[in-house]
Ligand binder design. Structure first.
Ligand SMILES: Nc1ncnc2c1ncn2[C@@H]1O[C@H](COP(=O)(O)OP(=O)(O)OP(=O)(O)O)[C@@H](O)[C@H]1O
Ligand SMILES: [Mg+2]
Length: 531
């Protein structure tokens, strides 16, 4: 295949810039839902083309068509001007198209290296599958990408953000000339985002056409040269990024001006509902016990929102897991609810005590993809209701309808399988499911990951309302503006230890970043026996 030079002249050329891929008049239905109606898109070599739109707008569906996941659609896809119909993902890969999917597609039982080269072992190792060779190649690739991961580590033991890095490495290993990235940064730390942006810049400079999907508008404006906006499965606009500002993009996406999220009334903190003292968590690994967090202490009052910040892997999620009893490790320290010490050995006990956790990993921990919205929302309650002989289908449907209404979940019906909802709407179902348990303490891990601007503001307002109703809320977010908007105080973690708690007056993006940066000279969190 011939490589086309990067187009730097833009529209200046008389016959327009080179197009490496074009999609024309694409329509796609899922049963009664028109996911895409007559959408067209063209890609130029060397451009970063942002694809934007609210949850359910059709972005992922369009990309799955371009990458051979869906072969059943109307319209035409052409590469280098020749119409082509992929028979499947491998076919699209052979044509030079790679995709980083929004939902992770890794095999948890396999190592990082095996996942990266899955299905292509022979390409790198000759005729025999050679574990050592693939591990070495993976190691070199990860190093080149600046990703600190052990190629031998089992993917299932990695955090979501780390898995996302594996997914990225996997796509990049294919040396595609068209690279589709569907929400690649949703679980990455700021430093990892920066590294990825540098890689994207290098790829684009070498002529790769990149489609970039993200709900983070600032990120998109910074990266992309052109943007296409979809709304309700239809094409709204395609423009040079330089010709649009943030408001114009948002208006194109939602079709109306958005009201700013209201602010939260912040009263003085009352008595602590949840007190945590010297909390620690160690997990088993190859070398014995590894300390994940140590020395975490805070109080959380009714109506208060505590933000938890820090880099990926700094122990933020582990704090919530240790409180919720859902970690597979050993915990230490003391947890009190309303001043009474409690031992929380399992999520079931946590729930009984009125604690709810919305995890960051909705695919494996939050959501049953095959089950309906109703079943998902009612799930945590089923045990409790049934025990009292109270399980009622109509009651469950009522809960599901409440969740759909309160959170603005876009669906055809509450009996629809959760897996057929768009990514952001799936996240809303997870939140709805936990709210249905009417908790007193709500733990949120990246609650707006992958959620569009409109829905994000709805979720912020919801969090404020819940705090106003007296819930004690702890929320982890990698997005600093989100943390600053939501939190009354912000606890910052560095390498498993609490570095400090910023008051609202002290907190700023800069202050958080400064606290969150690992200190030079401090030893990395070592594998050491837990006391
Ligand atoms: N496999 C499927 N079965 C049924 N409906 C589906 C399926 N996949 C997508 N849809 C529907 O098609 C529409 C477009 O979904 P898509 O996943 O493309 O949205 P998106 O723009 O990627 O949203 P998000 O930002 O939330 O990821 C949605 O209404 C969604 O519910
Ligand atoms: Mg999507």
């Amino acid at each position: 295949m011939q490589r086309v030079d990067s187009t730097t002249t833009g529209n200046a050329a008389a016959d327009g810039p080179t197009v490496v891929l074009s999609a024309t008049g694409i329509s796609k239905r899922f049963g009664g839902i028109a996911a895409l109606s007559d959408v067209s898109l063209d890609l130029r070599p060397g451009e970063v083309h942002a694809l934007m739109g609210e949850n359910g707008a059709g972005k992922s569906t369009l990309m799955k068509i371009l990458s051979g996941v869906y072969t059943d659609y109307e319209g035409a896809v052409a590469i280098d001007g020749r119409t082509i119909r992929f028979t499947g993902v491998r076919d699209a890969e052979d044509a030079g198209i790679a995709i980083i999917h929004q939902e992770l597609n890794l095999v948890p039982e396999l190592s990082v290296a095996d996942n990266i080269f899955l299905g292509r072992e022979k390409l790198i190792a000759g005729l025999v599958v050679d574990g050592k060779a693939s591990s070495r190649t993976a190691s070199a690739l990860l190093q080149r990408l600046g990703i600190e991961l052990d190629p031998e580590a089992r993917v299932g033991t990695l955090r979501v953000g780390e898995q996302q890095l594996v997914e990225i490495a996997k796509a990049l290993s294919k040396s595609a000339r068209i690279l589709i990235m569907d929400e690649p940064t949703s679980a990455l730390s700021p430093a990892e985002c920066q590294r990825l942006f540098r890689i994207i810049g290098q790829l684009a400079a070498s002529g790769v056409a990149i489609v970039y999907i993200s709900h983070r508008i600032d990120e998109v404006m910074h990266l992309a040269s052109r943007v296409t906006v979809l709304r309700d499965g239809r094409h709204v606009l395609t423009r040079d990024m330089a010709k649009l500002d943030e408001d114009a993009i948002i208006t194109a996406m939602v079709g109306r001006d958005l009201l700013a999220s209201s602010d939260h009334e912040r009263g003085p903190g009352g008595e602590a509902v949840l007190s945590v003292r010297d909390l620690s968590l160690s997990k088993p690994d190859r070398h014995g016990w590894r300390t994940m967090i140590d020395g975490v202490s805070f109080d959380l009052a009714a109506g208060e929102i505590l933000g938890i910040g820090g880099l990926l892997g700094s122990g933020r999620t582990e704090i919530l897991e240790a409180i919720f009893g859902s970690s597979d490790g050993r915990t230490g320290g003391e947890i009190r609810l309303d001043g009474v010490p409690v031992e929380i050995g399992s999520p079931r006990e946590a729930r009984r005590l009125g604690i709810a956790l919305v995890t960051e990993d909705r695919k494996t921990q939050g959501l049953h993809l095959q089950a309906s919205i109703t079943d998902n929302v009612a799930l945590p309650l089923v045990g409790a209701l049934a025990r009292f002989g109270l399980r009622s289908r109509s009651g469950e449907r009522g809960l599901a309808r409440d969740a759909v209404g309160a959170l603005g979940i876009r669906c055809e019906s509450i009996e629809q399988a959760a897996g057929t909802l768009s990514g952001g709407n799936q996240q809303k179902v997870v939140i709805g499911k936990w709210l249905a348990t009417r908790p007193r303490v709500l733990l949120l891990d990246e609650p707006t990951r992958g959620i569009d601007v409109g829905a994000k503001r709805e979720i912020y307002d919801l969090v404020f309302k819940l705090a106003g109703d007296g819930l004690a809320i702890a929320v982890i977010s990698s997005e600093l503006p989100e943390l600053l908007h939501l939190a009354d105080r912000i606890l910052v973690m560095v390498e498993g230890r609490q570095r400090g708690i910023l008051s609202r007056a002290e907190a700023s993006e800069e202050a958080i970043m400064r606290l969150a940066a690992p200190r030079l000279g401090t030893p990395r969190r070592a594998a050491r026996p837990a006391a």
